[in-house]
Design a protein around this ligand. Structure first.
Ligand code: AMP
Ligand code: ZN
Length: 139
């Protein structure tokens, strides 16, 4: 999908309204229309890049600065004690909008949200093999 048809590009261009929380030269942040928790914010590059892998370094730096600024503001505004920052990458991971974006979700101790259903592993041979395979794929 090109930037023309992209819903987040339309928000950046002002063709679709949003509840804006931060607007810089390169980064826009606004409330998610279907929040996981109140204060769930999306931090997006203004330029159209479909996934994490398409983001240029300078813009990635701006997005990280945006996450820090907006994250602090979200926590202050919602009396949160912490926050989850996440990006869904590709359809299999739940990416619905192919204009790369970070989610900020404010958290309070005991709020019951479970985002990381982990399974501990002591199978160190499997872990070592997997780590080696991943290392071999790092470019
Ligand atoms: P993802 O699944 O990571 O691609 O997330 C896309 C997010 O965009 C979802 O959490 C949606 O609720 C949110 N979303 C979609 N359309 C809008 C919109 N017009 N304004 C605000 N958030 C939106
Ligand atoms: Zn876009």
């Amino acid at each position: 999908m090109s930037g023309n048809d992209c819903i987040f590009c339309k928000i950046v261009r002002g063709e679709i309204p949003c509840h804006e929380v931060m607007n810089t030269e390169t980064v826009l942040a606004f409330l998610d229309i279907a929040p996981v928790r109140p204060g769930h914010v999306l931090v997006i590059p203004k330029a159209h890049h479909p996934t994490l892998f398409d983001l240029p370094p300078d813009l990635s730096r701006d997005l990280l600065s945006g996450l820090q600024a907006v994250g602090k503001a979200v926590m202050a505004a919602t009396d949160a004690e912490g926050m989850n920052v996440g990006m869904n990458v590709e359809k299999a991971a739940g990416q619905l909008v192919f204009h790369a974006h970070f989610h900020i979700i404010p958290r309070i101790s005991g709020d019951g949200l479970s985002l990381w259903p982990q399974t501990p592993s002591d199978d160190h041979e499997t872990l070592a093999n997997l780590a080696r395979t991943i290392r071999d794929n790092v470019s």
